[in-house]
Write a protein that binds this ligand. Structure first.
Ligand code: NAI
Length: 522
């Protein structure tokens, strides 16, 4: 195990060399300030925008990118990865001389073949494991922060000592620096974002779902799980002491309980899913998909952001934040975001979904801010009242509704418009009813029928009759159903998400079919 520290790095390696920091955003500003405070010769290369002003205000000489790159021997690339390829090709590579050094802060673009680099310069990586603000704060505090370094091309024969010297200049060797490859840095970073983070997020949201459904006060649930800050404090202790050692900070009850019960959460499937996620990353499939998404103007990303903001949990968190700061809760946070529910057929089965569906606080005379907050919070999360009318569909009714839905959907102009330029099939499998139906979108046509599609669909959604009926009636949120395990999805995620664009039209058509077959009260 090798960790480079201050004594392994020497700033003298950088003597007589000018450093051009290209970009003055999160990392650019922090690294430039740290390098300058370490006594190094730093200029900034930036396009005409507000970051340029900021660098000027901080007392740096700021030049156009190509000019800065020409004047420096070391060029640090601190611009977003999405623009790296064009900026590098057009403004930086033509300005480089034999023996210069190009320094990346992320391995992504090089590892996934998105940039072309010249063979006559050093190519190194200095990737802080810290956001920009932390890079600066921890330098000023004198504690430092970890970084990964890599040497992709050692033209000068000094590339390793050069990148270690830069790591020292930004304050990282004070904490510790580890050498990896460009690909390893990029893959580890993406794994954390795509596997570890989402798995952890699922643990949190599943816990909220379950506890609120069982009647614990929502504000207590959010505080207990993460909004108290105890979790982040514990994470800081884990970073400082290690996962095993920090357990001593907890009571013996806690230690015994978590270690004995912890065994129940050793799930082989978790590892398999992580492996699958990593395969996507390492094969380059993710990078390819993300590049295409950017070229298309990020429609899926926008849709996902919108979906996340529409989750009741988002509003709850905002409300709790206002309440904890002693601020009044803005009206828009108290308004309902989804239509009032028609009751589920089997309340026990869909309790969790109902519990998390948005419902407005009951109108009331002006009250104290806290009680108003708590009432609205409980209103948002409360299970549907037992007196709500039942909307149960028998298997036979559901079959008729779906037949009518398929007929209407095939003729629907909005769904046909969505189908233009697309070609995919969604296959719905209702295990409890033994029913299958599918919708095929193909170049302007919509084909929808009961039965199993041939050829096989790109998207397969497995659920139960009541969950499907709830989703297509607009009562249940598909994302929440998926998150709580009552809707299993297989196939192409991007394709499945695109169908969200016509969710309102699907609800309209289904509601019409349902109304015609069983009447509006069923
Ligand atoms: P950022 O988004 O803060 O970068 C802003 C800078 O990029 C500004 O100076 C802006 O003028 C410039 N810029 C934006 N678009 C441009 C364009 N089309 N042409 C020329 N300049 C343009 O970037 P951030 O977050 O600092 O990331 C920089 C690098 O550091 C990336 O490679 C990133 O992966 C890496 N990194 C970022 C971390 C973070 O905490 N944000 C952590 C570790 C690495």
């Amino acid at each position: 195990m090798k960790v480079y520290r201050d004594q392994d790095a020497h700033l003298e390696v950088l003597q007589g060399k000018r450093i051009a920091v290209i970009g003055y955003g999160n990392q650019g500003r922090a690294q430039a300030l740290n390098l300058r405070d370490s006594g190094l010769d730093v200029i900034i290369g930036n396009r005409e925008d507000e970051y340029r002003e900021r660098a000027s205000d901080d007392g740096f000489e700021v030049l156009p990118i190509a000019v800065a790159a020409t004047q420096a021997e070391i060029v640090m690339l601190l611009i977003p990865d999405e623009v790296m390829s064009d900026v590098l090709r057009d403004q930086i590579v033509p300005s480089l001389s034999e023996g210069d050094a190009l320094v990346f802060a992320s391995g992504y673009t090089l590892a996934f073949g998105q940039v072309t680099v010249p063979d006559y310069v050093d190519i190194v990586l200095l990737a802080p494991r810290m956001i920009g603000a932390g890079v600066r704060d921890k330098y000023v505090a004198g504690t430092g922060f970890p970084s990964f370094t890599a040497v992709h091309q050692d033209r000068s024969g000094q590339a390793r000592s050069l990148v270690l010297a830069l790591a020292k200049g930004i304050g990282s060797t004070r904490f510790g620096v580890v050498e990896v490859s460009f690909a390893q840095e990029a893959e580890l970073d993406l794994f954390t974002e795509q596997c570890f983070g989402p798995a952890f997020g699922q643990v949190l949201t599943t816990s909220v779902d379950l506890l609120v459904e069982l009647g614990y006060p929502p504000e207590a649930v959010l505080l207990e799980l993460y909004m108290s800050g105890e979790l982040s404090y514990t994470m800081a202790k884990i970073a400082e002491m290690g996962l095993v050692e920090q357990s001593q900070l907890h009571s013996t009850t806690s230690q015994y309980g978590s270690m004995t019960r912890g065994m129940r959460f050793i799930l082989p499937e978790l590892r398999q899913r992580m492996q699958h996620g990593l395969d996507d990353i390492r094969s380059g499939r993710f990078a390819e998909e993300w590049a295409a998404e950017q070229t298309a103007g990020c429609p899926t990303l926008e849709m996902l952001r919108e979906s996340a903001r529409s989750l009741p949990l988002y509003r709850l968190e905002q409300q709790l934040r206002h309440a904890l700061r002693g601020e009044p809760i803005p009206e828009e946070l108290l308004e309902a975001t989804e239509a009032p529910p028609a009751a589920p057929t089997d309340e026990a089965k869909v309790a969790s979904e109902e519990a998390l569906r948005s419902r407005p606080a009951a109108p009331a005379a002006p009250r104290g801010m806290l009680s108003r907050f708590l009432a609205s919070l409980r209103g948002l999360l409360a299970p549907a009242p037992a007196a709500a009318p039942s909307g149960a569909l028998s298997r036979r009714q559901l079959e008729h509704v779906l037949q009518r839905f398929c007929a209407l959907a095939s003729q629907d102009p909005a769904l046909q418009a969505f189908s233009h330029g697309r070609r995919f099939t969604s296959h719905y499998v209702l295990g409890d009813a033994g029913l299958d139906f599918y919708m095929r979108f193909a170049d302007g046509a919509v084909e929808s029928a009961l039965g199993v599609p041939v050829p096989a669909a790109e998207v397969r959604l497995e659920t139960t009759s009541d969950v499907l009926d709830g989703m297509l009636s607009g009562r249940l949120n598909a994302m929440r159903a998926a998150m709580s395990g009552r809707l299993q999805f297989k196939g192409e995620a991007k394709v499945a998400m695109s169908q969200q664009q016509v969710q309102a039209d699907l609800v309209r058509v289904y509601s019409q079919a349902r109304g015609e077959v069983v009447g509006t009260d069923a």
